[in-house]
Ligand binder design. Sequence first.
Ligand SMILES: O=C(O)c1ccccc1N[C@@H]1O[C@H](COP(=O)(O)O)[C@@H](O)[C@H]1O
Length: 231
Amino acid sequence: MQTSAPSQSAAPSDLPSRLLVKVCGMREAASLTAVADLEPDFLGFIFAPSSPRYVGEVLTPDSVHGLPDRVQRVGVFVNEATAQVLATAGRFGLSFVQLHGHEAPAQCAELQAAGLRVIKAFGVGEDFDFDALGPYVPHCDYFLFDAQGPAPGGNGRVFDWRVLENYPWPVPYLLAGGLRPEHAAVVRNLQLPGLVGIDLNSGLEIAPGVKDPARVAAFLDGLGRARNAAA
Ligand SMILES: O=C(O)c1ccccc1N[C@@H]1O[C@H](COP(=O)(O)O)[C@@H](O)[C@H]1O
């Protein structure tokens, strides 16, 4: 994979034809089941103890193992040691890890070598230096771009997506940060290089970690995405 900035925007040839949807910060069994029925592509579980969405002992590994196979399970970690990430991934049957702190490219490589798929998150401001992502490129399956804020994630802030117009790398990415159903109509028409999906979190909640299935459904409808009629 490319490790220095190309002169023009990358256009990966295997991009999905519709936006992937990740719903993050699941920690309550009832809304987990209801949201899973809406058929997101990914469900995220936060394993950062400082988060109000921290899974802790609230959600059992069995609840996660019981999800339909079509849903990818993503564990979100902030500056966690590789051994602990691997142990949690094994207990909960995670296939992806989202690294939302200051994790180094070498840790991404270790986790990939252990068989996990890696999403590396970055907080984006208007002077974000995309060149700095070069060392991560060979070791990440996706990037995720979030707003900057006081907490590592879950700040409910939207950033200026125009900074992504010059995204230069072949790694596909998810757009995150304060997305709410009102954004769906704009998001579905975004033409940004490398954009393959979105990450929904605090903008769809009744309380931290408790998603409102009606708001998730409203977002999916706004994307024009067909969904399970029984949900
Ligand atoms: O949601 C959290 O509490 C959280 C804590 C620590 C790391 C990441 C976290 N969430 C991620 O933050 C982004 C944006 O969330 P929001 O839409 O602004 O609420 C998203 O990728 C979550 O996965």
